[in-house]
Design a protein around this ligand. Structure first.
Ligand SMILES: [Zn+2]
Length: 172
């Protein structure tokens, strides 16, 4: 971990003290309100219970991811099989030998442009199984600023680990 990331994590930790009760949705912080229906509105997220909220987030994320996969797989000329949204806490995404793509529910918290990096990363694994030089060259063709995206993901990983709502979701 480089020095600038360490500095950022220090600030994130301080910031989290006031924001750990908020939910991080697509790079923004929302206050939660209890409701009989799950809903994302301006400024607030309404939640029925954690179980239904988890399903609600998975459905939104799956739509977003399929939309982006359709776009990028055409540009990159790559074909994938199935898409799964997993409850993985430690992995953002993965690609299986059957050409299935797995994505973590946590991706609902990251900004839209960073989600593009994840999509390009996983699609590139259809060509290169390892994180070797050829793999990163391929990623950089479609996402030149991938190193910055990786740094931002470290920050989001940290934000999510410290977030009370995410911890409740992972407990289900
Ligand atoms: Zn990878």
């Amino acid at each position: 971990m480089n020095k600038s990331i360490r500095n950022i994590l220090y600030l994130v930790n301080k910031y989290n003290k006031n924001h750990s009760k908020k939910f991080i949705y697509k790079g923004m912080f929302f206050d939660l309100k209890h409701s009989n229906k799950n809903k994302i509105d301006t400024g607030y997220i309404y939640i029925k219970n954690y179980k239904s909220f988890k399903k609600y987030l998975k459905d939104i994320l799956k739509k977003d991811i399929i939309y982006k996969l359709n776009y990028w797989s055409k540009i990159m000329n790559l074909e994938y099989s199935k898409v799964y949204i997993r409850s993985s806490k430690y992995v953002w995404g993965s690609c299986s030998s059957k050409r299935n793509l797995n994505f973590s529910i946590r991706l609902i918290s990251i900004p839209d442009n960073i989600l593009d990096y994840i999509i390009i990363h996983e699609l590139s694994h259809l060509l290169y199984f390892n994180h070797n030089k050829k793999f990163w060259n391929h990623v950089s063709k479609y996402y030149p600023n991938y190193k910055r995206a990786r740094d931002i993901l470290i920050i989001y990983q940290f934000l999510i680990f410290k977030n009370k709502i995410w911890n409740n979701i992972f407990r289900i």
